[in-house]
Structures are given as C-alpha cells and as structure tokens.
Design a protein around this ligand. Structure first.
Ligand code: AMP
Length: 490
C-alpha cells in the first residue's frame, strides 16, 4: 500500500501537460476536449507511466478509461513493434467497444492501432487483428479464450495488462475465465487493475496479480459522483409506469436511461412507452449485438428520448450529457445502484438519478442508503394521483406467462396433428384414384374381415405388375401375419 500524503494532494493541480505525455497524445487529449485531468487520472497516470502496477478504485464516469489508455499509448509509442503489447480485459461487449473507440480517439495522431474482441460478432476480423499484431486488444474474457484455441492468437509479447471493472467481471461469473486467460500471458508485465468495489475474491486476485502496486482511492468507499442529484419516489408497484409517464411529460427529461430488474420488464416498459407515444429503445441480454449497438447509437444521437436497459447490458454505457437515470426498479445490490446512477453526471456534468420504490423494495433501498451513507430524499409528485387504478397491468406474472406458452404449444400440436391426418386422408384418396377405382373411404381400412372383392382386391387392374411380396392392393407387405394389415398411410 502507498504511504505518505495522498496522491491527490500532490497531483491535484497538474494539467495534462505536466504528465509529459507524448505530444501526439496531448493533441488527442486536447481534441477530446479534456482540459484538466479527473482525480483518477491525476492519481493513476504518473505511476502507470513509470511502469508501476496500479490498483485503482474507480467507477465508470470517473474518467478511468483515459487513466489507463494514456499510459499504455505513451509506452507503446516510444517503440512501435508490430505485435500486440497491451490487453484490456473488460466485462461486456459494450464496454469493450467503447474503450476501443476511446483508445482510437486518443491515439488519433499516433500510428498505434487497437481492436475490440468480443462475442456475438464474427471471429474473422478479430482473427485478422491478432494476425496483424494490433498494438492494443480490448477483449471480453470468453471470446478471447475462443481465440486462444487457435495458433494465431499468441500474446507472448504482451507488456501491459489492464483489468477493467474487475468486480463486475466477478459478478458475471468471469473469474475462472480470467484465470484461464492469465495462463496465456507472460508473467513479466505491468498490470493495471480497476474496480469500483473490492469484494474479497477481487482483493485476493489483486494480491496474486499485482507487484508492489500504487493504490489509488482504495480507501474510499465507492460513491456516486458529486454532480448527481439523487431522489426516491415511493410509489405502488402497479403505478410505476403511470408515474414515469407523467415525469417524462415534464420538459426537463431530455435523455433518460431507465433501468429495470429483468429483460421481461424492460420489454414491457419499452412496449408501453412506445404505445404511449414516447420514442424509446431497449437493450438487454436477449437482444443481438447488432440490435444493442444500433439502439445505443440511436439513443446517443438523440433519436430516442428513453433507453430502457437491464444492468448487464447497460454496463459501461457512456452517453454524454445524460439528463436522467431512472431506476424503474430498485437494484438488489448497492453496487448496481452506484453503477447505474454513475451513468449520469459524467465527468463533472450534472444529472438526476431517480429511484422508484414500491413498498416491497424498501429493504433493498435501505441497504443502498447504508452503502452510500446517506438518506435519500423522498419525493411525492403533487399532481400525480397515487390512488388511481392502473389502466393496464404492467407485468404478466411468470406463472401466467408459462401457462400461456403451454396453451399455445398445445394448440400448435393439435393443429399439426389435424393437418397430418388431413394429408393422410388426401393421399389415400389420391392413391385410390390412381388405381382407377372409386374413391376409398378413408375410414374403412382393409381389415381381416373385409369381404373379398372390396377394398383390397376389387379395383386393381389385372395387367399391372405386382411387386414381389406385394398385396393386390399395391401395398408392400412383410411376411404375412395373420390378422395384420397395413393401413395405406404406413
Ligand atoms: P470513463 O469513466 O472512462 O467511462 O469516462 C467517462 C466520460 O468522461 C467519458 O465520456 C470521457 O470522454 C470523459 N472524460 C474522461 N476524462 C475526462 C477529462 N479529463 N475531462 C473531461 N472529460 C473526461
């Protein structure tokens, strides 16, 4: 652990130029519009540039991406090599794409290259990135492991590893994958470790990975950024939608990211908003990567006022000047709350984070308030009628959904059976006509007691050759079994 005065005290007044970053990088920083470093950049960039391992407690919105990207680029630009020398591991596709974009923007005046490697899209362009030795790969662990199965994916020249949002990777069950990835990397490297919270398995991982790290902000409990106004709206569960609609109609809601607890609720909310004339998009785990990317781009471009998201899909979403985060449902764990509200008030802008709380969510809210050491103000909207009855049920309970699916499937099966029967009857009638006889009643298959000269024998043209072992009605029969007759369908 670092000793002595906090780094903040040392670096807080430093402009970007005092980091002695490569001039081409400073140009990129300037064009991004960054005038002064954020606290996490102040604290992390200098030790990372010295080649030290860094353990940083930082959440999204703090400027952490540039905090690790700039030192990486600075190191690589000194000696370009044409092989991959830096790897950033990150939990979600959105975050990987975003970091890659951020990196490319900062590296715009350098010859350095980067590539994002994540699932849900084709492997070939990513294979090409490995083969061509891009300087930096930003990857999700699962897809990276997929590539490691092939000979082209070698990271033996790696010099810097970044673990970004390591606590989220733990939540998502990626810890075993991370350990597998580590087996493919050289031991001798610099490691930069970023997490918003430090649960015990993550603290353990830092001990295994980091050599004499400089720790940044680890003592501090992760808290929402200062520019966020947080408030709680107590409301019965079945009036949440009506309340959201009435708030959205107020002019100050410009771009709103709304979180729901489940994918089903995200779908319901987006459908109801659309039906009520509020343009919106949705992102959650059941949507394809293309749909997610498209939805996010449209939201960023201001084509939709509302983006409905689940926690996992919204991870790392970076939308400048997001005016509101609305927790349509209270998150189960305080860390999710901190991450969600961190989507607004990015980099010193201001924003509001509202949380709708139904009576059965009060205990989750109390946990959040304990975690952020703050009681959030409760707000009652004067013009909203809290006693009204909802016009539409928001969520169909899971049992009802399952029953409806079963009923639909049973109906489909019945229809398929009826169709097969009709087809059989039709074929039987056709076969009979081809034989030149009268139509055969499908309900009268040949039976052991059928009189001679009726169904089985009467209508067969005597000149037609008979297959060996074939009966006279044209049906192939096996060894004759007394009392057994095949039906025309068999
Ligand atoms: P991050 O925490 O890396 O996701 O960054 C959050 C947002 O802050 C991004 O939109 C960055 O472009 C922006 N940002 C990062 N560093 C700075 C800075 N020094 N000044 C202003 N904005 C910044």
């Amino acid at each position: 652990m670092r000793t002595g005065p906090p780094r903040k005290a040392i670096f807080s007044l430093m402009p970007f130029s005092s980091f002695h970053l490569h001039p081409d990088l400073l140009r990129g920083v300037k064009e991004m519009g960054f005038t002064k470093p954020t606290p996490i950049q102040n604290d992390s960039i200098p030790p990372a540039m010295e080649g030290r391992d860094v353990l940083a407690c930082a959440m999204t919105g703090s400027g952490k991406t540039a905090a690790f990207v700039l030192p990486i680029l600075h190191r690589l630009i000194a000696k370009p090599r044409g092989t991959t020398r830096a790897l950033v591991l990150t939990p979600t596709r959105e975050l990987a794409a975003q970091i890659d974009e951020h990196l490319k923007a900062l590296a715009i005046h350098t010859p350095l290259s980067g590539a994002a490697v994540f699932g849900g899209v084709g492997m070939s362009p990513q294979e090409h990135a490995f083969r061509s030795g891009v300087d930096v790969i930003v990857a999700t662990p699962g897809r990276l492991l997929d590539h490691f199965r092939f000979g082209y994916a070698k990271l033996s020249g790696l010099e810097i590893l970044v673990l970004d949002e390591a606590d989220r990777m733990l939540d998502m069950g990626f810890l075993p994958d991370i350990r597998r990835v580590l087996r493919h990397l050289p031991q001798n490297r610099q490691t930069l470790f970023f997490a918003a919270t430090m649960p015990p398995p993550i603290a353990q991982l830092t001990k295994e990975l980091l050599k004499n790290p400089v720790t940044v902000n680890v003592e501090r409990q992760a808290l929402p950024a200062v520019g966020i106004t947080q408030a709680v709206y107590p409301v019965p569960q079945d009036l949440k939608f009506a309340l959201l609609l009435s708030l959205l109609k107020r002019g100050d809601f410009k771009s709103v990211l709304t979180f729901t607890r489940t994918k089903h609720r995200a779908n319901r909310l987006a459908d109801q908003l659309t039906r009520n004339g509020v343009p919106c998009e949705r992102i959650h785990g059941n949507r394809s990567q293309a749909q997610r990317t498209q939805a996010l781009a449209a939201f960023k471009d201001g084509k939709f006022k509302v983006l409905v998201a689940t926690d996992v899909a919204a991870r790392g979403i970076d939308v400048e000047a997001l005016s509101h985060v609305v927790n349509f449902d209270v998150p189960h764990v305080p860390e999710d709350y901190i991450h969600r509200v961190g989507r607004t008030a990015r980099a010193e802008l201001t924003g509001d984070a509202f949380t709708f709380v139904a009576p059965d969510e009060e205990s989750d809210l109390r946990q959040i308030e304990r975690a952020i050491s703050k009681r959030l103000p409760r707000i009652t909207v004067p013009e909203f009628d809290y006693t009204r009855r909802p016009t539409e049920r928001f969520e169909v309970p899971i049992q009802e959904r399952i029953a409806a699916i079963r009923a639909r499937k049973a109906e489909e099966r019945t229809r398929a059976r009826e169709k097969a029967e009709r087809r059989g009857q039709h074929e039987m009638a056709m076969a009979s006509r081809q034989r030149g006889g009268l139509p055969v009643r499908p309900s009268a298959p040949p039976g052991p007691t059928a009189p001679r000269g009726t169904v089985g024998s009467r209508h067969v043209a005597p000149s037609r050759p008979q297959p060996r072992g074939g009966s006279r009605d044209g049906h192939v029969q096996g060894p004759s079994r007394p009392g057994h007759h095949r039906s025309p369908q068999s």
